[in-house]
Design a protein around this ligand. Structure first.
Ligand code: AMP
Ligand code: ZN
Ligand code: FE
Ligand code: FE
Length: 294
């Protein structure tokens, strides 16, 4: 079966390698019919990507990915069909990006204390938009401290490693509500790799109550067994089984753009929920006051 759908990808607006226009051209070359852009904490790539997608006759869904830290891991929440122009939503994700800057600076400080001479200014230059650990990894590579991005995560900046600093303390439930406050459809990303099924199960009842609508089931290199496990959970909680590659650019994640079969039914199901929400007043959401950082 041809791969028509890919609902998880990043551009230079966050930590992808391609600009929104370039990415949509790659999407077209890959023969995709429907895609969603899901940059971290930013919608700045959406306008340009949507315009290019329209010109190339590709169905385009505006999206976002919000990463949260929980004890023992991370939960990433995707949001589809977000009404991203909403001012309250924009100011909240701006606050999340600002927190990313402070966190990035602190990670560089910790690296410096370990005797690793990389500069925050350089990390900032590498990141064209929303800054993330992949940009720090690139700075570490450039300076010759590691040979690859994954080595940077394994040695320094992965969860629990010496220069790791958690993100702004947003709970997965808050990420779901934040997306809901822009009439978006919240979906848990790559549940098996992060946070793992065990942690996922503890969060699901809460997240469902907060407005979760889907579970990323057809993801990257997930096996048939993974897929079956996720389909069973999606069925149990009445969640839409979505999917995508998490494409960031060649060589960054193992799955190429469109390299995972995702049924078009996922798009139809998302659209059916979206159609019911469009034009309705979403529930408001306010970021909790940040916990004092040490
Ligand atoms: P951040 O949101 O700044 O914490 O960065 C998270 C991003 O880092 C993810 O979206 C992945 O693209 C990337 N990432 C996380 N873990 C690894 C890893 N072990 N190797 C390579 N990239 C990773
Ligand atoms: Zn990323
Ligand atoms: Fe993710
Ligand atoms: Fe992602």
């Amino acid at each position: 079966m041809p791969n028509y759908v890919d609902l998880h990808m990043h551009t230079t607006a966050s930590d992808g390698l391609y600009s929104p226009t370039e990415l949509m051209h790659r999407v077209k070359e890959a023969g995709l019919r429907a895609v969603a852009l899901t940059d971290h904490d930013t919608t700045n790539g959406i306008e340009e990507a949507a315009q290019t997608a329209r010109a190339l006759d590709v169905e385009f869904i505006p999206g976002i990915e919000i990463n949260t830290d929980v004890s023992g891991g991370e939960v990433h929440v995707l949001g589809y069909f977000i009404e991203y122009q909403r001012p309250a939503f924009q100011s909240t994700i701006k606050a999340l990006r600002d927190a990313r800057e402070r966190r990035g600076e602190r990670m560089v400080e910790l690296l410096n204390e370990e005797g690793i001479a990389i500069r925050w200014e350089r990390v900032r230059e590498i990141a064209q938009g929303s800054v993330g650990r992949p940009h720090i990894a690139q700075a570490l590579m450039e300076a010759g401290y590691v040979q690859s991005v994954s080595e940077a995560f394994d040695k320094y900046i992965g969860n629990g490693k010496p220069a790791y600093v958690p993100r702004y303390k947003l709970t997965p439930g808050d990420a779901v509500r934040l997306i809901g406050s822009a009439n978006g459809l919240p979906v848990i990303a790559h549940p098996i790799s992060l946070p793992g099924l065990e942690i996922l199960r503890t969060w699901l009842p809460d997240l469902k109550a907060a407005g979760l609508v889907g579970l990323e089931t057809y993801y990257g290199q997930y096996t048939q067994k993974d897929e079956q496990a996720l389909l069973a959970i999606a069925h149990q909680y009445d969640l839409i089984a979505t999917g995508g590659t998490d494409f960031h650019g060649p060589g960054l994640h193992p799955t190429p753009l469109g390299g995972r079969y995702v049924p078009y039914k996922a798009v139809e199901q998302l659209k059916a929920v979206e159609a019911k929400r469009r034009g309705t007043m979403p529930p408001p959401f306010t970021l909790p006051t940040p916990v004092a950082e040490k």
